[in-house]
Design a protein around this ligand. Structure first.
Ligand SMILES: *[C@@H]1O[C@H](CO)[C@@H](O)[C@H](O)[C@H]1NC(C)=O
Length: 162
């Protein structure tokens, strides 16, 4: 049931992309990978403040992505699409009930006629680092590698015939 809940949105997204008159099913999956470095999602429960940040690149671009939020646990989430600092690059980090945290990265280019789109599951492993000297300084974080890759599918708009 939980796995179904996780997979269905991805399948429906994929079928939406394939069914769309704008985006033809010219996908080679995976077409490549986004390389993510310095991924960090952490917060301070005392202040109810958290943020997520990371660098992302593939051979054609490098971008920095960040967002902050006030939720408990203090793991920042960001609606998809939240813009990164490069045109065409956006991400989402969403909490799915019963599933955990899901990271999505999209790169739109070629006058928005092409998209690379990848999603990975970063799990549910929220931990608390206790500060013995000052409980107000306790930090929550998601236990996930800082550097990893996100495989993406490659989709192009069909050529228009005149
Ligand atoms: C992650 O990648 C960054 C940038 O390449 C590097 O500086 C850092 O040492 C790497 N961290 C780990 C844990 O490999």
């Amino acid at each position: 049931m939980q796995l179904t809940n996780f997979i269905l949105p991805i399948l429906s997204l994929a079928s939406t992309l394939n069914a769309s008159p704008i985006l033809a099913p010219r996908a080679k999956v995976p077409a490549g990978v986004f390389t993510v470095t310095d991924f960090y999602d952490s917060g301070v429960p005392h202040s109810l403040y958290s943020y997520v940040s990371f660098n992302v690149q593939d051979p054609s671009f490098t971008a920095y992505c960040t967002a902050s939020s006030s939720v408990m646990p203090t793991i920042a989430t960001a609606p998809f699409p939240t813009r990164c600092n490069k045109p065409g690059v956006s991400f989402g980090l969403e909490y799915k009930t019963g599933i955990g945290y899901v990271l999505t990265i999209i790169h739109r280019y070629n006058k928005d006629q092409t998209i690379d789109l990848g999603t990975i599951w970063v799990g549910t492993d929220v931990r608390t680092r206790v500060n013995p000297a000052n409980p107000n300084g306790n930090v929550q974080y998601i236990n996930y590698p800082t550097n990893f890759t996100v495989p993406y599918g490659h989709y192009t708009e069909p050529k228009k015939t005149k």
